[in-house]
Design a protein around this ligand. Sequence first.
Ligand code: NAP
Length: 336
Amino acid sequence: MRAYEIQAFGLDGLKPAGRPDPQPGHGQAVVRVKAVSLNFRDYLMVKGQYNPKQKLPLIPCSDGAGEVLAVGPGVTRVKAGDRVMGNFSQTWLGGEPSRAKLGGTLGGPLDGMLAEQVTLNEEGLTHVPAHLSFTEAASLPCAAVTAWHALVVQGGLKAGDTVLIQGTGGVSIFALQFARMFGARAIVTSSSDEKLARAKELGADALINYKTTPDWEKPARELTGGVGVDHIIEVGGAGTLGKSLKCIRIGGVIHVIGVLSGVAPSDFSVIPILMQNVRLQGVLVGSRDVFEQMNKAIALHQMRPVVDRVFPFDQARQAFELMAAGGHFGKVAVEV
Ligand SMILES: NC(=O)c1ccc[n+]([C@@H]2O[C@H](COP(=O)([O-])OP(=O)(O)OC[C@H]3O[C@@H](n4cnc5c(N)ncnc54)[C@H](OP(=O)(O)O)[C@@H]3O)[C@@H](O)[C@H]2O)c1
């Protein structure tokens, strides 16, 4: 079967390769992958920036969906023909995370989904909500679970809350959709007026261009009558955390998710955190239980992920290039 391998770090080291057709062992299922979606993490993995010690070759990409081709002895959770997605972490099924539970993530350190077939333990699979295509389903395991785990599970999102969402990438657009689902108010920031217009079509209540309004935290606070926002989807990191602390309300939650503008803020003070009783809550995707809880809500609300661009398998490199350039809105997918 065909797969992509990271044979050396860097986009030039991402190569098509042949691998033996997998056979299911005890407790395992072979999945014919139909679609894969990209996360920023996958791009960092290819570049060697996520884990420079990652053993190569590695099949990249944590997120994919497909059809069960065959199951091994002892499998009861899935059967041939089922439509399934891989869980981001194959070993975090529920409860609090631990080193062991976080060690089994697809697309590094384990081989990922950018392949025609994969073999996964039955416990590492989750059924696709019936109304979704494989391409839509492939966009859920990392980005959507991260947004749901942050806002709904750890953040206790409520109707009437105000959520500030940074950017319009995969995690952020899911956060916008979940804010809408819960009757919360969404303020979206973006570097692009065109993307802001698309966010408005999806139901964003207020829009701020962070390029033309670099002090975006000021209008964000003004939009709440000076009180501050209840939740922030913090994907920027070093370049945004200081500003987030200036527009969060007293007692609000900053969901610390990404580092798109760097990892180490140079102008950082801990004073606003304690003086405003702010919660800085780290987020690391989520467990299978969280994934399944989210899928029930997605099915009930017939929510559809926003897949901006779909590339054929032989153009996977172009998909990574689009992600690197930030040219997308929501998700980028590869059909296998
Ligand atoms: N902790 C976790 O569990 C977890 C899970 C998933 C992702 N992440 C991290 O979260 C981040 C986003 O991941 P993703 O897969 O959603 O990425 P993505 O789809 O590539 O999103 C990129 C978008 O982020 C926005 N952005 C970039 N710099 C920004 C800044 N300084 N301020 C505001 N927005 C900015 C841009 O939106 P515009 O084009 O609209 O400006 C850009 O298009 C990455 O750092 C990723 O590693 C963490």
